[in-house]
Design a protein around this ligand. Sequence first.
Ligand code: BV8
Length: 242
Amino acid sequence: MKDLIQKTANVLKTAKVITFFTGAGISAESGIPTFRGDDGIWKKLKAEELASFDAFMRNPDLVWEWYSYRRQIINKCIPNSAHKAIVEAEKLFSKVHVITQNVDGLHIRAGSSNVYELHGNIERNYCIKCKTFYNDVSDSVKVPKCTCGGLIRPDIVWFGEMLPEKELEASEKAVYDSDVVFVIGTSAVVYPAANYIYMAKRLGKYLIEINVEQTSVSNLMDKVFTEKSGVILPQIMKSLQR
Ligand code: BV8
């Protein structure tokens, strides 16, 4: 592993712009369950039964309750050493971008400057009718109602919904501008987010995967670390500071 870290450090020493593309795995060591792993939340519940607008309209209280439950878990968790290593990277490179599929807000809480939340953020909520944003309804047990009478929903991209335009544009530019793209803690099965990995490959970017298991994109990588991101990412950043 030492040799792999050294080889990776030699490549990173010549890089100026880095993008970290992250999924639920980077938050696993903070105590947040992933989606498709053994303890994954999709294991117990079917995504389409909960993470879709139709599911919300069919049973708003159930879906709201599920997100409240996840928000409670997230609020007890803190950024781990992988999130912090990405913040550290900002001192080592001229530009660091974070494209995340995660809705837990941990990259922002860790202090990263350029974070593009492709699937939204569980702390934000808005009215489905008048689109007013609400940040003070998270502890409501039942689905809260807006003053206009509309239901309030989490600001999360559900299945079948478009991803936010601004984040898509920023993410595409980030991949274009990058010398190296890290792919961390993602099964790379959700689209269009996973497209950024293939785009980076097509553009000839240097690709580094960090995951505890092989994935469908491991074969695209220049380097693969089969290791926890909280263990290996700090070691990679530290090897650059020598
Ligand atoms: C859309 C919010 C269309 C909800 C989420 C092709 C093109 C376009 C769309 C599709 C397509 N094919 C299929 C689709 C439809 C669908 C889709 O991708 N389905 C999949 C399941 C097949 N996509 C959509 O519906 C998207 N919208 O396409 O709209 C459209 C077009 C025009 C007009 C209108 C609409 C919307 C997708 C967004 C869905 N929302 N989340 C919520 O959170 O409740 S997705 C959800 O999955 C999370 O956001 C999560 O981040 C994301 C991806 O999962 P991962 O992050 O990868 O997590 P996972 O558990 O899978 O993997 C964790 C990994 O970490 C594992 O590999 C594990 O080994 C590793 N790991 C574990 N511990 C560690 C670790 N690694 C390192 N260290 C550790 N310690």
